[in-house]
Design a protein around this ligand. Structure first.
Ligand SMILES: Nc1ncnc2c1ncn2[C@@H]1O[C@H](COP(=O)(O)OP(=O)(O)OP(=O)(O)O)[C@@H](O)[C@H]1O
Length: 311
């Protein structure tokens, strides 16, 4: 690697988000104007980004591997980089772009490239679910049933609205959901649960005020009520920033593993993709991930195992 020249491998998911190509071209324009080198690889199938980023980490030839896509693509790149120390960069081309928001990049591709070029790597702590790395959250209940029913053609066309349509398709299951969460031998039951590293959900909406990619614990959000009316109430509380204040929402924090089970067949969503079913063991990853971002929030004081989250 020539001294002082930054070299980026850009892993681009052409199926992510809306206006994908135009946004990528705008990002590349900025990269071309700057003193950096880059190579683009397009993903051709789900999980391809894991292979591509693993190969790049083995090369040892890159300043960073840049995920140009949405949260699913970013998570795949983070899986491929596990154990390498090679930094992850982001060009946000997804629908919700939660990870890009969490690391201070936001949704502007021009700002994202400026951060790539200027940032120093910062270590964050991903999670592991069933031994596989995730970056943002695992959900079981309302959101995982909706994500499982999501139609990719509708998502590409309508973005977030497609999730609402998917939720309506599975609404009959909302009143019978049971999710059990075991934390340090204590069992908590709810209609739905989200185990999260991210503060926000679905884009800009506040989910767990104490969560954060640099925080030393997993936040567990329990939604106690089931049914369509409860789902609508939770959705409204989420978009108005009041979810954590509802009486039927419990927030717990833990550094230890969490076991998620369900008496019925329950799909789980991992960073927005439906790929597995309960039971799942969820914990913090002992291998950090270096990220090029614009982190602003100071770290909070470490918490002990199993403390109620801030209300
Ligand atoms: N060439 C491809 N064809 C089909 N699917 C692909 C391809 N490349 C990647 N994928 C899959 O596309 C899925 C969705 O991508 P991604 O999550 O990045 O976009 P998004 O869903 O629009 O964004 P967000 O998660 O931020 O809402 C990923 O899980 C990935 O495995």
């Amino acid at each position: 690697m020539a001294q002082g020249i930054k070299r980026f491998l850009v892993i681009h998911n052409p199926t992510a988000g809306q206006g994908n190509r135009k946004r990528l071209l705008r990002a590349l324009e900025v990269m071309k104007r700057e003193n950096c080198e880059f190579v683009i690889h397009q993903t051709e199938f789900p999980d391809h980004a894991v292979q591509l980023s693993r190969g790049a980490a083995e090369d040892g030839n890159w300043t960073a591997v840049v995920a140009a896509g949405g949260d699913g693509t970013i998570t795949e790149v983070a899986r491929g980089l596990r154990g390498s120390g090679v930094p992850l960069g982001v060009i946000p081309l997804g629908t919700a772009n939660i990870f890009a928001r969490e690391i201070g990049v936001g949704t502007s591709v021009e700002k994202a490239v400026r951060i790539l070029l200027a940032a120093e790597p910062v270590a964050v702590t991903p999670g592991l679910a069933g031994g596989r790395r995730f970056l943002l959250m695992i959900g079981a209940g309302y959101d995982s049933l909706a994500v499982q029913a999501l139609r990719s053609d509708q998502k590409r066309k309508w973005g977030a609205v497609a999730y609402l349509l998917a939720a309506l398709r599975v609404r009959s299951r909302f009143h019978q959901m049971v999710v059990d969460i075991d934390i340090a031998g204590q069992r908590h039951s709810a209609a739905a649960a989200i185990i999260t590293r991210a503060r926000t959900y679905g884009g800009p909406f506040l989910l767990a005020p104490d969560a954060g990619l640099q925080q030393p614990d997993l936040q567990v959000v329990l939604l106690k009520r089931g049914g369509l009316l409860a789902a609508i109430g939770y959705g409204l509380a989420l978009v108005t920033g009041r979810l954590s204040r509802l009486k039927s929402v419990e927030m717990l924090a833990t550094r230890g593993p969490v076991l998620l089970t369900s008496p019925e067949e329950m799909p789980c969503q991992t960073d927005g993709d439906s790929d597995r079913f309960a039971p799942l063991e969820i914990m913090l990853d002992d291998q950090p991930l270096n990220v090029l971002g614009a982190f602003a929030r100071p770290l909070k004081q470490p918490t002990n195992c199993l403390v109620p989250g801030r209300r």
